[in-house]
Design a protein around this ligand. Structure first.
Ligand SMILES: Cc1ncc(COP(=O)(O)O)c(C=O)c1O
Length: 396
């Protein structure tokens, strides 16, 4: 049986191990472990890559989201619109600040927030009318009285959300848009890089991400000078002129020097790796289109996915996953339960059926191995394994 990695970080490391070791040695030599020169160098290079004025390196993608909300003073009574088909961090940060996530269903073809549903959700919150769109409710069932403040679209699986209509709605209703590009960095929307598509963007360098470090890490992006200044302040306990001058409440949320040193050579090879991810995805899709009963990922005109995940939708997911496992093909489910149905969000009193597209997706999606070092022979083996695993009954 073939042994296939879901993500092959070792193959990448082999290419750049010497540079990584050299950079780590340089940090050990200069000893500036906190906000050392590698952090600034990496921030400058990543800002250039994303095409924004400011990149602020932080401790992880969750802190990046939290900081973007903190910088805008989001708190109790505020509504933040986001998708229920995402990792918990996207909504968790909203709740940690005492604000309320208002979930909005996704587009069935892209799995990203549906701008038409978003327009309805904004109106429903403004009017306090759950007949227009499902809303979070109090224990007695009455909708929570909230003020619309922000939107967090997620670039799920590496594909940017549909920002033109989202930004138009944001302008109309004076809402702040935070692009959650934890999975999206390296994706493109109409010629612009992911991370640059909202008023602020965030990403994660969790090791399995398209651009990952060897621990936790993240970044914030913006073109707004004043906002960038606030981000830099929040990441060091709300510092003013120095960390003992505290002009606001902040966090300890700095990107580690060692992680920046590791990210520098990784960023150098990132554009080539993005190309390789396109090769893998295109070969998967070309082969899998032959199995008529599964849905391959859709990339809208003018967009590029960075393929953080290559995700299929099938009817009998368990059967297919079992058959793939027997052939040595690892798979994973992102995400098996929408956030509005998670126990952590029982207090918002959403119910099954509120977001049918998200719920159907969570019942039927699974992801295949995806990384830039997947060779064509292995891709073809996986394609063959998926097609032969499709239950014949689905054709009837
Ligand atoms: C969509 C999304 N948002 C936020 C995060 C949080 O990033 P981190 O794990 O770096 O805190 C993740 C990480 O998996 C994610 O996938």
């Amino acid at each position: 049986m073939k042994s296939i990695a879901f993500i092959d970080l070792a193959a990448q490391q082999q290419r750049i191990r010497e540079k990584i070791e050299g950079n780590i040695a340089a940090v050990l030599d200069h000893g500036r472990y906190i906000l050392g020169p590698e952090v600034g160098e990496f921030e400058g290079r990543l800002a250039d890559f994303v095409g924004v004025k400011h990149c602020v390196g932080v401790a992880n993608g969750t802190d990046a989201l939290l900081m973007a909300l903190m910088a805008r003073g989001i708190g109790p009574g505020d509504a933040v619109f986001t998708t229920p088909f995402t990792f918990i961090a996207t909504a968790e940060v909203v709740s940690l600040l005492g604000a309320t996530p208002v979930f909005v269903d996704i587009d069935p073809r892209t799995y990203n927030i549906d701008p038409k549903q978003l327009a309805k959700a904004i109106k429903a919150v403004q009017d306090g009318d759950p007949s227009l769109h499902p809303l979070p409710a109090a224990d007695d069932g009455t909708p929570l009285q909230l003020v619309p403040k922000a939107i967090i679209p997620v670039d799920l699986f590496g594909l940017p959300a549909d920002y033109d209509p989202i930004m138009a709605l944001a302008q109309e209703h004076d809402l702040f848009v935070i692009e959650d590009a934890a999975q999206g960095l390296g994706g493109i929307y109409k010629g612009r890089q992911a991370g640059s598509l909202g008023h602020a963007g965030t990403t994660s360098f969790f090791p399995a991400k398209p651009l990952g470090c060897y621990g936790d890490g993240g970044a914030l992006f913006t073109d707004d000078d004043a906002l960038a200044e606030i981000f830099r302040s929040i990441r060091v306990h709300g510092k003013g002129t120095d960390k003992y001058d505290n002009i606001r409440l902040g966090l300890n949320a700095r990107l580690h020097t060692l992680q920046a040193a590791i990210l520098l050579p990784k960023l150098e090879i990132f554009p080539g790796e993005i190309e390789e991810r396109q090769r893998v995805a295109q070969r998967y899709s070309a082969g899998l289109k032959e199995c008529a009963t599964l849905v391959v990922p859709h990339v809208p005109e003018g967009c590029q996915s960075v393929w953080a995940q290559y995700t299929l939708l099938v009817k009998d997911r368990d059967v297919v996953q079992e058959a793939l496992k027997a052939k040595g093909v690892p798979t994973a489910i992102y995400y098996g339960r929408c956030l509005h149905l998670q126990p952590a969000y029982a207090n918002l009193h959403y119910k099954a059926g509120d977001f049918p597209v998200g719920e159907t997706s969570s019942d039927n999606v699974f992801s295949l191995p995806m990384h830039p070092y997947l060779d064509n022979e292995t891709i073809d083996y996986i394609v063959e394994a998926v097609c032969s695993a499709m239950p014949a009954s689905q054709d009837s």
